[in-house]
Design a protein. Structure first.
Length: 271
């Protein structure tokens, strides 16, 4: 139901028959599957995005599997069915965490798939997307409650861990972690974050075999204004054909210059 409603929404948007298109049917279909996203409650755009991607992946994955099983039955094959979809093809990347025990120097690698990278905001005054990426990919030391169980030492030990990108997705999404615990309460960081519109280079954070072709261009921004329990979301999106930027604020759709794409309220970045 959700994937059909999403398809209808995309069709209505691209046909261009209306000045604005309401996603109400898609939201209602998703709400029936996930009651947490009711219209009357404040919700997080990053959590909603992950929910939408998972829902579309599960629906499209099932259809792909059904088609593949028919081919397998026809060929009397017993091969494994891959759990892929157009969502994983576009949005899914791979990280590798290299973990080294500080006592015996044994190194292990732990792969992890992602669709959204949640980046820390390292400054409360001003910073850049590059600063956020450096903070995310910097080497961390695991001590105290975060110690690892070293298989060679046979006990818990301090360790260092460092992440690299081993597979870069076609579309990479960054979640800027503006909401954090402050004095036992969750508050919002209003730090202005500068991000490039073109030529985002991820090669410093990638494994050497996949460093080529790491450049990205910005395609959309989700902005959040207001506070934790009282906020408003808007979006800036680049038309994939004309390369023109538009602002989406409820039912107001406005063409904007490239100079207006940089905002102080950016929350999600799509490259």
């Amino acid at each position: 139901e959700s994937v059909v409603a999403f398809g209808c929404l995309m069709s209505d948007m691209w046909q261009g028959k209306f000045d604005c298109v309401s996603p109400e049917a898609f939201q209602s279909a998703l709400e029936r599957r996930y009651p947490a996203f009711r219209k009357t409650t404040q919700q997080d755009a990053q959590e909603f995005l992950i929910c939408v991607l998972n829902e579309l992946h599960e629906a499209l994955k099932v259809r792909a599997q059904l088609g593949k099983r028919c081919v397998m039955d026809a060929k009397a094959s017993r091969g494994r069915v891959s759990e892929t979809s157009v969502i994983t093809q576009l949005f899914e990347g791979q990280l590798s965490y290299e973990i080294m025990c500080l006592k015996c120097k044994t190194t292990t690698e732990r792969p992890e798939s992602f669709t959204v990278l949640s980046l820390p905001v390292p400054s409360k005054s001003t910073c850049s997307l590059e600063d956020c990426l450096k903070c995310f990919f910097q080497q961390d030391t695991l001590t105290w409650n975060n110690q690892i169980h070293c298989s060679l030492c046979g006990t818990k030990q301090d360790a260092v861990v460092k992440a690299t990108i081993t597979k870069a997705p076609q579309i990479i999404t960054f979640h800027l972690k503006r909401f954090e615990w402050q004095d036992k309460r969750k508050g919002k960081l209003s730090t202005p974050i500068c991000y490039p519109l073109t030529n985002l280079d991820l090669s410093p954070y990638m494994a050497r075999p996949v460093r080529r072709g790491a450049g990205y261009s910005l395609s959309a921004v989700v902005n959040h204004s207001g506070f934790l329990d009282d906020g408003h979301y808007t979006a800036l999106c680049k038309h994939s054909v004309t390369k023109t930027w538009y602002s989406f604020d409820d039912d107001q759709v406005t063409k904007i210059p490239n100079s207006s794409v940089q905002t102080d309220t950016a929350y999600l970045l799509f490259y």
